[in-house]
Design a protein around this ligand. Structure first.
Ligand code: SF4
Length: 243
């Protein structure tokens, strides 16, 4: 059977099986039972990332966690990644990025973001992620429907180009997130104190202030609201390798 169709059927079956399951029950099931050794977390180590990582660490501190180092992150984010890793005892944080050769060929002066943010996100995020996930069947991320825009109607489980995408805290409200941060005594991203409510790359992130959409500071002034990594599935070569 075609891998894409197979994955869509699996996503639908998982949706039926875990409908109504609590977040921790769902996380334990996908990490231990459904995709043992074949699931990773993609984390930006942004303002709310520590919550999903803490919940996952209760199941396994050894789950692979992929962090895309675009070369344009705030230094505070890199320091926060290290702090969260230490505090939660995460053993397998994988920092990946574009190869030196690709950067030299396509963005030698690191200014592509000024002219073509889609091309920059492709070079520095989407392509490195696609290369890193060929050994996984499922990816977990911490997107939430409360973040609005394209995320408002997002499902907890979906299939994208041969990969299962899982968002265990998709339906958490901002109040639940805040309560959990307090209850679990999780460290806060240092840029929250400076008005940032969602943090990505430095050139493409501004403080969101009191805007209703916490991601309003991302690519502010552009139609772009997502970098595209959550639509990244398997590359064609990986498909061939698996067949
Ligand atoms: S968010 Fe901005 S700087 Fe980061 S990869 Fe995308 S365009 Fe480039």
């Amino acid at each position: 059977m075609d891998l894409d169709l197979q994955t869509r059927q699996r996503a639908a079956a998982l949706g039926r099986q875990y409908q109504g399951a609590g977040t921790e029950e769902f996380l334990r099931a996908v990490i231990e039972d459904e995709f043992p050794g074949r699931v990773a977390i993609v984390s930006s180590f942004g303002t709310e990332s520590a919550l999903l990582l803490a919940l996952a660490a209760r199941v396994s501190r050894d789950i692979p966690i992929i962090f895309l180092d675009t070369g344009h992150h705030f230094p505070e984010t890199l320091a926060y990644r290290d702090l969260v890793q230490r505090r939660l005892g995460l053993t397998d944080v994988r920092t990946i990025g574009a190869s030196n050769r690709d950067r030299a060929d396509r963005d030698p002066d690191a200014v592509l973001w000024q002219f073509d943010t889609d091309a920059c996100c492709s070079l520095r995020k989407i392509e490195p992620l696609q290369a890193a996930i060929s050994n996984f069947d499922a990816l977990i991320s911490g997107r939430k429907s409360s973040h609005g825009a394209l995320r408002r109607f997002m499902p907890r489980i979906e299939a994208v180009d041969g990969l299962i995408k899982l968002d265990p805290i998709a339906d958490w409200s901002p109040e639940q997130v805040e309560e959990a941060f307090e209850a679990l005594d999780l460290p806060r991203h240092p840029l929250i104190a400076h008005g940032y409510r969602s943090v990505g790359c430095q050139p493409c992130t501004a403080p969101a202030g009191d805007a209703q959409d916490p991601r309003a500071g991302r690519w502010a002034g552009q139609a772009k609201t997502e970098c595209g990594i959550h639509r990244a599935g398997r590359q064609v070569p990986a498909l061939h390798a698996a067949s």
